[in-house]
Design a protein around this ligand. Structure first.
Ligand code: FMN
Length: 517
């Protein structure tokens, strides 16, 4: 289905780039006294403390990313759900700073460690958990029951698909705008989906490793989902849903869910609105189940047409590398890269993992991966683009581009010190023509998911990764003429960490839940 252009998304994107000038003249100072609290705390609902024992997730990481796991579970148990929540959004590490400040780092990467992505679970048929809608708080490792009806029928209707109505449970990811916009202001709209995407990478891989056949839904009647979760749809917005577990008998369609409004601790003293974010989200909402069904029929962009000469990448062996549980436990953003090479099959594995199809309600492959190669054994330094169907790199330009790559990544040395820096670019106009304003959500979510998978592949194979932000137009210019008509969406740098500790300097792995095989 071809939409008219998506003027609001386009305008939002064009108004929120980073440029050397915007970074120098930005003048935004952080109001530390008004920093939002990183956990959502309900004050009127008792917490159900979850068992502090989680599965080890023995499935090899790359296999789990590709959707190969143990046979489906006959039923979803609370203990499998707890494992899924921990590896998706749990606290995996903590760092104490001089002066006593403490950051609790989570399973998935998040811009600025601000952790605006919240997780809810719509539960239907679990042996040891009553039906209802729950909020997961990673801080005290609890679920809080926000409503006690079986909401799956209403969810299926909002999603215009029977699966969430029969799924044992469905995760709902939301973004709390102010928790991120406190630092990143209007650019937060991108971050909501990037960080939602890195979290989805974990949820899908962990769901597969737990035999829960996870499936993502990006199309839904926004207001209906907000009402089910009891969020306002402005300060906190639904990003994506993930159905889990065996299909059971359909939930009763029942009465329309009543509105809920539970009290929560304010995020900070006051909230600053970001009208660009609110507008981009509002205009991309879907109003009725019919709208959802129609929207979902958009097509994926055609694969990248063949260009210049190519280099074949080794075939990835999905059984190699660390098990998923260990990978997620070790993951962290590399803070300094050693200027040492990674192997060609390591790069191949990261690209392969990043590009696996997504089990979702819409097609995937909304971004193309361009890269600046600095130190990969057997590969001449220079720029390349990945052609996913053929699993080959197309050569663009030979040369040592470390300095340029660091510049493109907002002048951060990480972008140039990495063995390779991946730039996710999108033929955005085509996606917006197919999927309208909501296509912008898809592009950013999928790029975050692909980047999250690249992180996992790196830690599975014993090297490191970090997400990076970037100078939008300079990135596209750098990859011209091949990248004509593209927009820059996301960046991940890969390489060995400069510390023996595997790249997470000064962090301690916390005594998180015991891991059970
Ligand atoms: C989309 C995205 C962009 C990021 N951009 C940067 C960046 O520009 N510079 C940087 O040093 N770290 C960046 N990071 C890393 C975050 O700071 C990091 O994920 C966060 O501090 C949490 O730490 P952890 O990933 O080690 O758990 C980015 C992460 C993501 C997911």
């Amino acid at each position: 289905m071809v939409h008219a252009a998506a003027p609001v998304a386009r305008r939002y994107h064009d108004l929120t780039p980073h440029t050397p000038d915007s970074v120098r003249s930005g003048g935004h100072t952080l109001d530390w006294d008004n920093k939002p609290f990183p956990f959502k705390v309900y004050t009127d609902i008792p917490g159900l403390h979850l068992p502090r024992e989680v599965d080890v997730l023995a499935t090899p990481t790359l296999a789990a990313i590709a959707g190969y796991g143990p046979p489906p579970r006959p039923r979803l148990t609370l203990s499998a759900l707890v494992s899924l929540l921990y590896y998706t959004a749990g606290v995996t590490k903590q760092k104490t700073y001089p002066g006593g400040g403490q950051v609790l780092f989570r399973a998935a990467a998040s811009t600025g460690a601000l952790y605006q992505t919240e997780v809810y679970v719509i539960v239907g048929a679990l042996e040891d958990l009553s039906p209802g809608v729950y909020h997961f708080c990673p801080g005290d490792f609890t679920l809080r029951r926000l409503r006690d009806d079986d909401a799956r029928g209403a969810l299926a209707s909002a999603v215009a698909n029977a699966t969430p109505g029969r799924a044992a449970a469905t995760l709902a990811l939301t973004g709390i705008v102010w928790r991120n916009s406190w630092k990143y202001r209007a650019r937060t709209y991108r971050h909501l989906f990037w960080d939602g995407g890195t979290m989805l990478a974990n949820a899908l891989a962990a769901g597969t490793a737990l035999g829960l056949a996870p499936r993502v839904f990006t199309g839904f009647v926004d207001d209906a989902v907000h009402k089910l979760l009891g969020v306002d749809g402005a300060g906190e917005v639904a990003l994506a849903l993930v159905s889990l577990g065996p299909q059971t008998a359909s939930a009763p369609s029942g009465r329309a869910p009543v509105a809920i409004a539970h009290a929560t601790v304010p995020l900070s003293r006051h909230v600053v609105d970001e009208p660009l974010v609110t507008h981009a989200h509002t205009v991309s909402a879907l109003q009725t189940p019919d709208d959802v069904a129609r929207w979902r029929h958009g097509r994926a962009p055609a694969s990248l047409a063949a260009g210049g000469p190519t280099v074949a990448l080794p075939t990835s062996e999905s059984q190699e590398g660390r098990a998923l549980g260990e990978t997620i436990q070790r993951r962290g953003s590399t803070r300094h890269f050693a200027r040492v090479p990674i192997a060609l099959d390591d790069l191949g594995a990261a690209l392969w993992a990043a590009s696996r199809p997504v089990p979702a309600d819409v097609p995937s492959a909304f971004t193309d991966i361009y890269m600046s190669v600095h130190a990969v054994d057997g590969l001449a330094p220079g720029t390349y683009v990945y052609r996913r169907e053929e699993h080959v790199l197309e050569r663009l330009e030979a040369g040592d581009f470390r300095r340029q790559a660091a510049f493109l990544c907002l002048e951060q040395p990480l972008g140039g010190d990495a063995a390779v820096t991946l730039f996710f670019l999108s033929r955005l106009e085509g996606v917006l023509a197919e999927f309208g304003e909501r296509g912008y959500r898809l592009v950013n979510l999928e790029a975050g998911l692909a980047g999250g998978r690249a992180y996992l592949a790196a830690y599975a194979r014993g090297f490191g990764a970090t997400g990076l932000t970037f100078y939008d137009d300079e990135v596209v210019r750098f990859f011209q003429p091949r990248a004509a008509g593209h927009d820059a969406i996301f960046v991940v740098a890969l390489g060995h960490a400069a510390s023996a500790a595997g790249g997470v300097l000064g962090l301690t792995t916390i005594a998180a839940p015991t891991r059970r095989s």
